[in-house]
Design a protein around this ligand. Sequence first.
Ligand SMILES: [Fe+2]
Length: 458
Amino acid sequence: MLTDNRGLAITCANQAALDVYEASLDDVWNYRLKAPKTLKGAFEHDPDFPMAHILRGYLLSMLESIVVRPKMLAAVEHVRAYLDESQVREQLHADALEALAQGDTRRSCECWEAILASYPHDLLALKMHHHQSFWTGQSYVIRNTVTGVYDAWDASIPGFSVVLGMMCFAFEECGDYVRAEHYGRRSLDMNGEDLWAVHAVAHVLEMQGRIEEGITLLDRDPTDWADRNPFQGHNWWHLALFALEKGDYDFALKIYDERVITSNTEFFLDIQNGSSLLKRLELLGVDVGDRWDGLVEYAERQTDDHVLSFTDLHSCMALAAAHKDEAIDRFLSSLRSFADTPDNYCASITNDIVIPMCDGIVAFEAQDYAGAVDCLWPLRERWSPIGGSHAQRDIFTQMLIEAAIKAEQFDRARTLLSQRLTVKPNSVGGWRKYADVLNAIGAGEKAKMASLRAQSIH
Ligand SMILES: [Fe+2]
C-alpha cells in the first residue's frame, strides 16, 4: 500500500495520483485558489481515489453553503462503495464528511478526534477539526486538539508550519498571547506566506492592541495574495480593524471597497466581514453610504441557508441595517423552522442564542435600544457557541455598548467599556465612548482623562 507524505497508509491506485493529491493539499494549506483544479488532476490518474473524493467534499464544505451538500454526500457514497472496513482512517473521514453534509458538526469533530488519536500526523483531519470547531466557538477544544497531536510533530514532517499556525491561533483564542505569538512567528519563519499563520498572528496583535505592528503585518500589496482564495478578504478585514482602532476611518472604508467586498461577493466570509465592518464604522459615527445594499442582496439569497449561525447573524445585521422588514420576517420565520432540525449543530443553538441575538439586532436598528439591551445583555457571556473568534464576536459587544448608551443604561455601558479598555487600552473609539458615558454620569474629571487617552492614540 502507498503512504502519503506524512507516512500514513492511503488507498490509492498509483504514485502519480498521490503526488497530485499532495500538491492539492499544499494548495489547501496555503489557501491557494487553484486547490480544486489541482485536485482534479488526481482523478485523471485514479478516478476512484477515496481521499481525493473526501478532499473534494471537504473543499466544498468550506464554502459553508447548503447548495454544495448534495455533492458532499455523493462523494461519501462513492468512497463508501470503494472502501472496506479495514480502511478505518479513510472510513472515519467518510463519516466526518457525511456528518458535515448533514450539519452535524459535533459528530464530524468526534470522527476527526478519533482519527487524530490513532493518526496524529493526519494533517487534513487536524485542519478540518480546527476549521469546524472554530465555528462552534470552542476555544479550548481547538487548543486541546492541536496540542494533543503536537508531541508527534517536528520540523522534519511535511506540514509542520501549518501545525504551528494552528497552535498560534488556538493559544490566541484561549487568551495565551505570548505562547500564541511564539508559535505564530515560528510558523511564519518557515513559511511567511501562510495565510492562516499571518491571520493568527494578526489576532494576537489585535487582542493586545498592537495597532502599528498589525498594520505592518497586513498592509501589503493586494497582488501579493492574488493567487489565494477568498479567505484573503478576512485578513484584509483584520487590516481594517487596525485602521479603526487607530481612528483612520477613511483607510478602513478604502479597504472595505477595494479588498473586503469585491463586485462578485458570494463567499460566506464576505457577508460576515462586510456586515461586521460596516456596523463597526457606523457605531463610530461614520456614514457608510449605500454599502449595505450589496450585502442585502447576498443576505436575501441566503434566507434559508443556515449552514453557519455566524453567517445568519451577519445576514440579519445587513437586513436590519437596511430596514428590509419583509426580508427580516422571512429570514426569522425560516430560522424558527430550521431550529427543529434534529442532529444539526446550528439548529441546536438557534432558539436559545441565535434568534434572541437576531431580535436584539433588529431592535437596535429599529432604535428600540432598551429592547436591544434586553436581548443582548443576558447573552453577552454565553454567545460563543455562535462560532467565530473573540475579535469577530466583539461586534455584538459593541452593539450592546451602543444600545446601553442610547437607552441611557449608563451603569451597564460603563461596566462593558471598563472591561473593554482594560483589555484593549489602545482603542480610540472605546475611550471616546467611555468619555461620553462618564460625562453622562457626572464623572467629569474622569471623562476628561478618557478624552485625553483617545487623543493620545493618534
Ligand atoms: Fe480572524
